[in-house]
Ligand binder design. Sequence first.
Ligand SMILES: [Zn+2]
Length: 79
Amino acid sequence: MDDQNVIDIDMKGAPACGRCFMLVARYAPQVQAPTGTYHRECYEAWYFGRYGRRPRLNPGDNGSRHLYSVRDQVRDKAA
Ligand SMILES: [Zn+2]
């Protein structure tokens, strides 16, 4: 009932994760990468598998602490 409404609102317009293809809730920890939006866990797992180290993520400012941006200049397309 009320809980259902909250879920509907959160998922409205949510992007799909670029790795697991499930929707990324608006306030879920997520990463905005040049290649798309990822769950933070998904991005870290993908990055670690690819580069063998943890990514350096920038927590978002202005109140959007769930939104991270990528600090490394990753050449996703070139690799
Ligand atoms: Zn994901």
